[in-house]
Design a protein around this ligand. Structure first.
Ligand SMILES: C[S@@+](CC[C@H](N)C(=O)[O-])C[C@H]1O[C@@H](n2cnc3c(N)ncnc32)[C@H](O)[C@@H]1O
Length: 183
């Protein structure tokens, strides 16, 4: 069976530019931050955001244990404030929405801040850059978030962005993702 959350990374790989900047908008336990850190290389930069101290701690531990390049900055703040921290253009950005697996489900991503973070990410995106946005529609906030993101991304100018969506159509509560590529 297709594992969308593994498959999604193949879609941003062609947009990664070593030595440039990437953002993990939802750090969680740090698996995506680690992946980005390795792929951006020692001269690149990775900024990662989460609102939970617990996420910062487990991500730092993972990055250190795995010997990730020293190219990351872990930020305890909501991702919609990204412009306060990231001043340069980014080649890739990843959103893995929802809540920490095994954590407090009330600390999930929420529609207003998610949409504001996506708007900011679109502004930061460099030419030929890409965003990956994974949505978990199996819980109530995730379902609404997914619909609103779909509406927002559908309105983007197709001369500037190409927006794709990959979803398992006979399993509507399974995670799905959007790929936003800037021309
Ligand atoms: C599904 S987890 C992310 C998984 C992670 N990418 C990984 O590789 O382990 C979603 C994370 O988003 C975080 N989150 C929720 N609201 C947020 C916000 N406004 N800004 C940044 N992170 C947020 C949650 O605390 C949670 O850790």
């Amino acid at each position: 069976m297709l594992d969308l959350i593994e498959t999604e990374k193949n879609f941003i790989l062609p947009h990664i530019r070593q030595g440039k900047t990437a953002v993990d908008f939802t750090m969680g336990n740090g698996h995506d931050t680690l992946w980005l850190s390795r792929h951006m290389g020692k001269d690149g930069k990775v900024y990662a955001f989460d609102i939970q101290e617990k996420a910062i701690e487990s991500t730092r531990k993972l990055l250190e244990t795995e010997g990730a390049p020293n190219n990351y900055t872990l930020i305890l703040a909501s991702h919609h404030t990204v412009r306060d921290y990231v001043k340069e253009k980014i080649c890739v950005g990843m959103f893995n929405l929802g809540y920490l697996p095994g954590g407090d489900k009330s600390l999930t991503t929420k529609r207003d801040t998610t949409l504001a973070a996506i708007e900011a990410a679109l502004e930061l995106l460099d030419a030929d850059g890409a965003l990956l946005i994974a949505v978990y529609p199996g819980h109530a906030e995730g379902a609404v978030e997914g619909r609103l993101i779909n509406d927002t991304l559908s309105r983007l100018d197709r001369k500037e962005f190409c927006v794709s969506k990959l979803q398992i159509v006979n399993s509507p509560t399974s995670p799905f993702f959007f790929l936003v590529e800037k021309k």
